[in-house]
Design a protein around this ligand. Sequence first.
Ligand SMILES: [Zn+2]
Ligand SMILES: [Zn+2]
Length: 638
Amino acid sequence: MAEAVKVLVQSGDAAEEVLVESSAPLASVVPGEDPAVLAAQIGDQVVDLTRPVGPAATVRLLRFEDAEGRRVFRHSSAHLLAQAVKRLWPDAQLGTGPALDDGYYYDLHLPEPLTEADLARLEQAMRDIVVESLPIRREELTREAALQLFQARGESFKQQIIERIPEGTAISVYRQGEFVDLCAGPHVPNTGVLAAIKLTSVSGAYWRGDEQQPMMTRVYGTSFPTAEALKAHLDRVEEAKRRDHRQLGQQLGLFQFRDESPGFVFWLPKGLKLFRRVEALSRWLQEQLGYEEVMTPWIYKDTLWKRSGHWDHYQDDMFLIDQREEHLGVKPMNCPGHAVLFGSTVRSYRELPVKWAEYSPLSRFERSGALHGLLRVRGFHQDDAHLFVRPQQIQEQIREVLELIDRLYGLFGMQVEVVFSTRPQDYLGDLETWEDAERQLSAALADWGRPYQLNPGDGAFYGPKLDFNAIDSLGRRWQTSTVQLDYQMPLRFDLSYTESDGSRVRPVMIHRAILGSVERFVGILIEHYAGDFPLWLAPLQARVIPITDDEADRGREMVRDLRAAGIRAEVDDRSEKLGKKIRDGQLDKVPVLLVVGAREREVGTVSVRSRAGDSGVYDWARYVEELVQQAALPLARG
Ligand SMILES: [Zn+2]
Ligand SMILES: [Zn+2]
C-alpha cells in the first residue's frame, strides 16, 4: 500500500510543503503542472519527473533557468537530433550525445558525409518530432537484455559501451516513439518542450577520441524553450563573431600571426600603438603608487630554474636551450629574477614594501593546438610586479592592489569579479601563517566593499590567492588579474630583511599582474570595443581628408598641428573621391575624420565628421584644442 509523505518542494525562490503518495511520480508535485519544469533534483541527484517521489524530504524543481535544468534540456535535444538522424538515415549508427555549455552534440556514424541541405532536412525532422510531443520514458534493463536490444537494432557503438559496463549492473534506456537510446538520463518529460532548435555546425571526431577507431560525424546544435530566446542567443553568437579580435586585427591592420613563428605576434604599427598605450596606462598608474620598474635577464642557467622549482614543475612549458656546454631556459615568468635581485643585498625593514614592476618579454611553450589569436600565445608581456612585504603589510598592500584594479578596469568601463581561494589540503608552511594571511586578505576585501566568491581549499600550496574576471560589453567573463601570496619562493631563495629589533625575517612575496598578459588584454579590448576604440585609446585618432590634391599640402600641415598637440593623426592624400575616403575612414574605425576643401583651406576651418556624431565646421585652432580635451583619459576628465 502506498504511503503518504510530506515533501518540501523548492521552485525558484519559493518553497512549499505538500503531502503526496510516495509512489506518485515527481511530476505530481509540480504546481499547476507547469510545463517549464523539466526535471527535479533530490539531494545532489538530478532525476526525471517520471520517477516516483519515494522517501524524498526535499525536491528542487529544475527549469531551463537552472544550470542543471538547462543541461537536461540540451541533452534531451541531443536525443532529438539522434532520433531525427535515424528517421532520415536508418543505417546511421549512434555514438554518444552530451550537453555542452550552450548546446549539445551527437557523434554519429553515417553512410555519407552531411551536406548543408542535409542539415536543413535534419532540423525539419527534429521539429516534426517536437510537434509529435512524444513522451520520453525511462526503462531499466539487465545488461544482457540491453546488449540484445542494441544488437537487434544494429547499434555496434552502443554494444561497445555496454560491453564496458561491469556484468550485473542494471542499465537504463530512454524511449521516445520508435527511438531508443542507451542513457543514464535524466531527460525532459516529452519532446514537445524542446521548442526552438538549431543545428550549428558539423565536424569529425574519432570514436572514443582514438585515431585507431572509426571517424564519426559530430553534429553540433543548440536549443531553447522559446524562439525568442534562441534568436537572442544566435544574435549574441553573431555579435561575438563580428567582434572576433583575429578578424578585426587583420581588418584594422593591427597584428599578424605567421607560420614562421607560431604563437608569437607580429605587431603592426597601429596594433603596437594600442599595445604601448595600454602598457603606458599600467606604468603610469603603478608609478603613482610607488612601483619601480626593473628589467631582469630573460635567459637563465638551469641552476636558477632548479632552485626556483620551475625545473621540476614547469619544464614542459618552457623554451630550453642546450648551447655547447650550457643548459639554459628562457623565462616564462619574472619571479625568480626578482627574487635573485632582492637577495643580492642586505635589506632593512625600512625599505619594505619593495614593489618591482617588469614588462619584459616572457615565453611559454604552449601546444600548437592550444594557440588562439592573442588570447593564447607563446610569446607575451605581462604588467607583472612582485611585492616583497613584511608579514604585517599584506592587508594594506592587497588593498592598494584592489584600488589599482579598480582604476585600470574603470578606464575601460569594465566591471571585475573576484574569487578568493584559500588553504588547500596539501599546503606548505605553518597553519598560523596561513590563517594570518587569509585574515588580512579578507580584511582587505571587506574594506574594498565588493562582493566576492570564496573558493575554500583552492589556493596554491604556497599561499592563498585572488583571481579576477573582467566582464566585457557582451557580458562575457575573461580571467585576467591574479594576486598570489607566496611563502615558498622567499624560502627557496633564502630571502630576508633586518627587522627593527635586529632579527632576520623572511619577507612575503606577492605576485600580481593586473592586465595579465598585455597581448591577451589587447585581444580582449578589441572584442570589448568591437574595434571602435574610444578616442583616448584609438591607435589612430584622427584622419585628415583633403577633398582634392589642391588641399593636400594644407592637409599635411593640419596633421603636423595635430601631432604637435599630441593627437595621433594621419592624412589620406590619395587621389580618390571624397565619398570613398570617408567610407574607408569609417571602415578603418577612425574616431574623427577631418575634411578640408578649398573653402576650409581659405578661411582656416575644418569640416568634422566624428563617430560620436558631432559634425559641423569649426575654426581650426579652436577645434584642435577641443579635440585634445576630448582625447584626454576618462580618469582625468572625471
Ligand atoms: Zn540521454
Ligand atoms: Zn611571479
